[in-house]
Design a protein around this ligand. Sequence first.
Ligand code: GLP
Length: 250
Amino acid sequence: MRVHTFDTAPALAKALAADLSRTLLAKPDVVLGLPTGRTPIPLYRELVRLHAAGRADFSRAATFNVDEFFGVSAADPRSYRAFMQRHLFDHVNLSPRRIHFLNGAVTSGAAVQRECDRYERAIERAGGIDLLILGLGTNGHIGFNEPARALAARTHCSRLKPATRRANAPIFGNRLTAVPREALSMGMATILHARRIVLLATGATKARCVERMIFGPVTPRLPASFLQLHQQVEIWLDRAAAGNSLADLQ
Ligand code: GLP
């Protein structure tokens, strides 16, 4: 795993946005996988800035978001889709037909399976994901692949852990009961099939998990540890998330 450490979260965001702008130049029809959460917000802000300055053209790019809450429609301001509209999609020139999202508004079990299969096929039709950017849950989840005895390979409906629901409570007015119990998420194989993966972690609350992800065993108890199996994975950290164990690894 290649580790990049930056002094601050804004410095990391700037460097990654510059990397993305170079990627867009080299491959204008790049297929991106994108995360939600607090961590990528500075990155999206920086991308919007670069786009406004004429340095990031998304006109031929495609995006696939990693996850979405179950039972929450795209139009709901609490959906991850709405989050992406606010932070990125409304401000750059992505073509709406090349923005791909899991539809959380599905209801029956059969419809959930169909929706997950549809997403897998759409990724395949797009030629696979060139660059997948991920956040990291403090319990080691990536997307909504939660720690478990076994992990799902493909896009699926996942049961959220209490800690994950608590972390997402601010989106739901801090009412824990309002946070969905389930979510749709790319699976571990969907993630590991991306050609390049960049995992972002900032802040001291992620340090312990980052250390286990990089130095610990590959285990479904820490889904992010599976990234150790990928050839082109980069871990982008700020100093706080790097903690002491990674201080010399740059
Ligand atoms: C959420 C999302 C993940 C995200 C993670 C980290 O629950 N499902 O996709 O990467 O938690 O979020 P944050 O960046 O806010 O710490």
